[in-house]
Ligand binder design. Structure first.
Ligand SMILES: NC(=O)c1ccc[n+]([C@@H]2O[C@H](COP(=O)([O-])OP(=O)(O)OC[C@H]3O[C@@H](n4cnc5c(N)ncnc54)[C@H](O)[C@@H]3O)[C@@H](O)[C@H]2O)c1
Ligand SMILES: O=C(O)[C@H](O)COP(=O)(O)O
Length: 616
């Protein structure tokens, strides 16, 4: 990309062609509008990938080449834990699928740089080392299940890798397992079974407790928790729940009262855990908590082992504070052979089987395969964990504005004079929509992408945009201006302002001294409509030359002739002026990038006071 300003020529280190040959992602400048419509730039995906050469005889050489060509265009998905066949079939229809189970961490790191997607369950730790070893190729991690505590989300985000999960397909299975553990613990099913198999007949030892009329505290009233509550009510239990974020009307609809943490644990005969493992829930059940429970309480955990301080639980079981526990999940999985908790006679255990039903695993496999394929196609997944979840219809409506946002960012940053350093960015959206009705996170991300990519080697996508901006000390603020003219379209205009910078094209500065560019979408095409305080109208396709000149006849012809002589095609031209025969800005859209000599000739036209070439 060349930039020319104030009649002098500035050439950054890499040209557009060099830059695109360096980038593993497609840049917006090289992606057509129709492909952007299909959202392929949101994740900056590139689907042409290297593949190992399979062995074929000479007779089949032609076929081999055709197969290789087809295979090379397919992404590679590493499935690191057992996945249902229906999901594998879907994946194989779209990608090369490598099913390699039980990989050691170093084996996973060794493979990952050859993969575009990784699918795991809870048994694989996707650590920072994995993202680093991927060397930028890994685009998506699919967690075939709910809990994403085995994936380093921060590292994923920093590496621009999308994480998606399959949050719904195993809900019922987990809830049913919770109920199975509740009932079997209350009636000592596992212990009695083991005793009989050891040749004993101990009817007095295994007298249980009844469920009907007992109080069950559901801790975490999300998908699984509410299904457990529903089932427990069917067993005649009195169900209360604690969840600081759950809507009261959802609880009321199931006939459950939402109470405080202390109320829940002190009133319950049974406590069933259904919250995620987060820094604030880690070891939430500890000595202090057990000191507040009703003596003889029974605890079920099908959420995450780390929510309980396991040593504290052993102490509470030993002194009778907790009568029994039924656990499907553990802090360390697989559990150590000598785990006191697992061996405890008052504890019933299963090896993380909550999601393990035939039906749930088929459902999860399909759910995750669809999410991963969608992400590899560049669509924003509805189950994205580390990126904005934007419904498809909103996304399709915003698509042209997404392109506009990126191009405005790209334009604005190229107008900055070397050395002034961009720190403050303001994005102003003019819209007739209610703030709640317009999700601007994607637009903000794309402005960020547009600003950062031309000046760095960092590749920015929807996943890492906010993180990258923060890392670079870029403060991005947003403002909404209500404009009631056009409620049928999401946005009237987007304006990007770079504050406290000098511009290599002084006319791009507003009266307030900020670089200011504004654009609109017209007939689905992004247009530049304002530069500094000059109104222009030029479609943002190809490249752009901005000139400020003394307004006089013949200027368009003069510049047009110079470009024409060099076979540079003008696709759009617009002139904005302060007053007749005073100053004017000419915005010229060109398909090709003019060479230095052509730009020099334009700069030498006497009436031209300053000009700049901008690659889009
Ligand atoms: N054992 C299994 O095989 C299995 C299967 C599925 C889910 N799970 C686990 O079950 C848990 C719940 O899954 P889900 O699908 O219901 O998730 P969910 O996100 O639908 O529900 C979690 C709920 O916990 C609540 N919560 C968060 N912090 C809390 C806190 N400090 N106190 C109380 N509530 C809090 C949230 O508001 C949310 O409503 C997760 O940990 C998941 O990994 C385990
Ligand atoms: O969070 C989940 O979805 C469950 O813990 C299931 O984990 P799994 O996929 O390893 O069975």
């Amino acid at each position: 990309m060349a930039s020319v300003a104030a009649k002098s020529l500035h050439l950054p280190a890499a040209t557009a062609a060099e830059r695109s040959s360096l980038t593993p992602y497609s840049t917006a400048a090289s992606v057509s509008f129709s492909s952007l419509r299909s959202q392929s730039s949101f994740l900056g995906l590139r689907l042409a990938l290297p593949l190992k050469t399979p062995c074929f005889s000479k007779r089949t050489e032609g076929r081999r080449l055709r197969i290789e060509a087809a295979a090379a265009a397919r992404p590679t998905v590493l499935v690191a834990e057992k996945l249902g066949d229906a999901g594998l079939d879907l994946l194989r229809g779209f990608a090369n699928v490598d099913c390699s189970y039980n990989l050691a961490p170093e084996e996973l790191c060794a493979k990952i740089s050859l993969c575009d997607a990784l699918i795991v369950r809870s048994g694989t730790k996707v650590t920072r080392e994995v993202f680093e070893a991927a060397k930028g190729r890994l685009k998506v991690v699919g967690r075939a299940g709910v809990g994403i505590d085995n994936v380093d989300l921060q590292a994923a985000t920093e590496h621009g890798c999308l994480v998606v999960n399959a949050p719904t397909a195993n809900t019922v299975a987990a809830a049913e397992h919770g109920i199975a553990l509740l009932a079997s613990m209350a009636r000592n099913v596992a212990q009695a079974d083991a005793s009989m198999k050891a040749g004993k007949w101990q009817r007095n030892k295994y007298v249980g407790v009844s469920l009907v009329g007992k109080t069950l505290a559901v801790m975490g009233f999300g998908k699984v928790g509410s299904e457990v509550a529903r089932r427990a009510k069917g067993l005649g239990m009195h169900v209360i729940a604690h969840d600081p974020y759950a809507p009261a009307d959802r609880a009321r609809a199931i006939g459950v009262e939402l109470v405080s943490f202390d109320e829940a644990i002190s009133a319950a005969d049974f406590i069933s855990l259904h919250m995620p493992l987060t820094p604030s829930t880690a070891k939430l059940f500890n000595d202090e908590t057990f000191a507040k429970v009703k003596k003889g309480v029974r605890i079920i955990n099908v959420a995450r082992g780390g929510v309980i301080d396991e040593d504290a639980l052993v102490r509470a079981l030993d002194d009778g504070t907790v009568a029994q526990a039924a656990l499907d999940v553990f802090t360390v999985e697989p559990t150590p052979k000598d785990s006191k908790l697992v061996m405890h006679e008052k504890v019933t255990v299963t090896p993380h089987l909550g999601a393990s039903t035939v039906e749930a695993q088929e459902g999860v496999a399909i759910e995750i395969a669809e999410a991963v394929i969608g992400a590899l196609k560049g669509e924003l997944a509805a189950t994205a964990v580390n990126a904005p979840m934007v419904p498809a219809e909103v996304l399709s409506e915003l698509a042209p504005y997404v392109i506009l946002a990126e191009k405005l960012g790209r334009l604005a940053v190229q107008l900055v004079a070397g050395g002034s350093g961009v720190k403050g960015v303001k994005v102003v959206y003019k819209s007739a929509r209610d703030p709640d009705d317009l999700d601007t996170r994607i637009l903000r991300a794309m402005v960020t992408k547009g600003i950062i990519e031309p000046i760095s080697s960092v590749f920015v996508n929807i996943v890492n945009a906010d993180y990258t901006a923060k890392q670079r000390g870029l403060r991005i603020s947003e403002e909404r201006i209500f404009h009631d003219d056009t409620p049928e379209i999401p946005l009237d205009s987007i304006q990007v302002q770079l504050t406290n910078v000098e511009s290599k094209f002084a006319s791009a500065l507003s009266d307030a001294g900020d670089i200011r560019v504004e654009g609109r979408v017209k007939d689905g095409i992004p247009h530049l409509t304002l530069v500094g305080s000059f109104s222009v109208d030029v479609s943002l396709e190809g490249n752009l030359i901005l000139c400020r000149q003394v307004d006089q006849p013949g200027m368009i012809g003069h510049v047009g002739r110079i470009l024409g002589n060099q076979n540079v095609n003008i696709n759009f031209m617009s002139v904005g002026r302060t007053a007749p025969r005073k100053h004017a800005i000419m915005a010229i859209g060109v398909d090709e990038e003019p060479d230095k000599e052509t730009l020099k000739q334009i700069g030498e036209i006497p009436a031209i006071e300053e000009f700049v070439f901008l690659g889009l």
